[in-house]
Design a protein around this ligand. Sequence first.
Ligand code: IPE
Ligand code: MG
Length: 232
Amino acid sequence: MDGNGRWARARHLPRTEGHRRGVNAAREVIADCLEHGIGVLTLFAFSSENWRRPAVEVNTLMDLFLAALRREWDKLHAKGVRITFIGDRSAFNEKLRSEMENAERHTEANRMMTLVIAANYGGRWDIEQAARQYAGACLKAGKVLSSESGISLQEFLSTHELPDPDLFIRTGGEKRLSNFLLWQMAYTELYFSEELWPDFGSKSLRAALEDYAKRQRRFGRTDEQIQAADNG
Ligand code: IPE
Ligand code: MG
């Protein structure tokens, strides 16, 4: 979800106003994804690198995050949305952490859609923390780190119970992954939109999904193999 700051600047508004509008865009996209029958939606809300921003902006983002969670979680719960968070929570304050746990606990059994919020998340952080746990598990089981161990790194990623993403959407015109789900996106279809995040709405999402629907996913196979499988 990129482009909140530029959206605000273009209107001579403070960046924080852009973030506020960004929350509205997120709410709309969540509702649309539910309607489209999308099983898992992951929103990159705050990266492990975003702490480098000015303190006022970081604080506003935290306040907005907390307010949105408090306001929205039970509405999402009523719609059958399960809410989970990925990322290093230890850096967040107690209030925010307990609100996150609260949303997770209450929505745990919901199955209409899983909403994953990546907060203080970084793809490299995820791989590193998984590697640490993986090594620990192998050691504990008295096994060497090899393919024969029967334990895989994948099991320790923060997304271990989720499918890999089919589609990645980045708004704001930048064409990079910015340390998002690096491991998980090995075969993800990438979609880049020039629109700034607060402007991204139902029509934009539909355009992205239509673009995705035209793509052929081969996962390393040939076009002929895929066609034969589709026909058989
Ligand atoms: C939102 O957009 C991303 C968040 C960290 C919430 P930006 O704040 O990066 O907006 P731009 O890129 O400055 O326009
Ligand atoms: Mg940005």
